[in-house]
Design a protein around this ligand. Structure first.
Ligand code: SF4
Length: 320
């Protein structure tokens, strides 16, 4: 049977990850699931440890300010995740609901995360479909839809076991990460190979369907490094909503699709977001300007929630 084979393999092959424990902890499951969206396991492990050390419980996280959470999140990117974590912790304060229906009502928890928490932390029969699960099941059932999530979810529901549902979910994800990898899957050592349609037909590389990558546009801006005589740098806070909401930044012009002619030559910084690339020209302003914000000594910059793009701008700007 699918689940028996998979669970037997998982019991032997699973990685020891800090959020996989004998005692189920919904807070840690939730945190790990949110951190792992768009971020690799290797990057997440030390950050997960640091986060849990600082805020061991849901109540600890709910009691601190958003600025503190954003500062801890620095470098992980996709900061809306941190904002939603904080909002969600405050909304819950005491404990997690255990069903998909209740979980999905919480800020920042979509169908995947709701199913993952319900399944992993509460052992419920919930179908959590992430990229790894899509790949394994699209191959196993030779699903070649342009958007296979719906079909994969339906198939997955038919495979869920009555016991060890959380382990089953993690096992399927683990198989996708370790064996049924995007390139060069290890089919000969896969517990599912006997019934895997893609393997049997010798067409593993054809599934799931690969869509051509879309070209992303470039936006342009000028960033202003303002320094006071004592060396302090002007930072301001971005609006609470939208890209990098609530994070700190050096003042910039609007990020526009048309490039402006630069009169003065300064360093150029490039950064890639999910949907666009950003090219920033850096200028120094020493005189009093119209910008408002707070003055921060260089040695204190680490205490502020600065996204990676701003760190790059400061690094390049403070050098020249
Ligand atoms: Fe993936 Fe190969 Fe296993 Fe099929 S046999 S599930 S393609 S690793």
């Amino acid at each position: 049977m699918f689940s028996e084979k998979l669970l037997t393999w998982y019991d032997k092959a699973q990685r020891k990850l800090p959020w996989r424990q004998e005692i189920k902890n919904p807070y840690q499951t939730w945190l790990s699931e949110v951190m792992l969206q768009q971020t690799t396991v290797a990057t997440v492990i030390p950050r997960f440890h640091a986060f849990i050390k600082k805020w061991p419980t849901l109540q600890d996280l709910a009691s601190v300010s958003l600025d503190e959470v954003l500062t801890e999140w620095q470098g992980l990117g996709y900061y809306s995740r941190a904002r939603n974590l904080h909002r969600c912790a405050q909304a819950l304060a005491q404990k997690f609901p255990s069903t998909e229906e209740e979980l999905i009502k919480l800020p920042g928890i979509g169908p995947y995360t709701a199913a993952a928490i319900a399944s992993i932390a509460f052992d419920q029969k919930a179908a959590a479909v992430d990229g790894n699960v899509v790949r394994v099941l699209a191959r196993y059932f030779t699903i070649n839809a342009t958007n296979p999530v719906e079909e994969v979810t339906e198939k997955l529901k038919t495979l869920l076991p009555n016991k060890r549902c959380g382990d089953f979910t993690q096992a399927l994800m683990e198989l996708g990460a370790l064996v049924c990898r995007p390139k060069n899957p290890f089919c000969p050592s896969c517990p599912l190979q006997g019934n895997c349609q893609a393997y049997i037909s010798g067409k593993v590389e054809n599934f799931p369907l690969k869509l051509p990558k879309q070209k992303i546009p470039t936006r342009y801006a000028t960033a202003f490094i303002l320094r006071r005589e004592d060396g302090a740098i002007l930072l301001r806070k971005r609006p609470p909503k939208g890209l990098l909401g609530g994070m700190m930044e050096v003042p910039t012009t609007p990020w526009e699709e048309k490039k402006k002619e630069e009169k003065k030559q300064g360093p150029i910084v490039h950064h890639t977001f999910t949907h666009f690339k950003l090219e920033v020209a850096i200028h120094h302003l020493s005189e009093i300007s119209e910008f408002e914000g707070i003055w921060v000594a260089p040695q204190d910059l680490k205490n502020y929630a600065l996204p990676t793009v701003m760190k790059k701008i400061l690094k390049a700007g403070l050098k020249f």
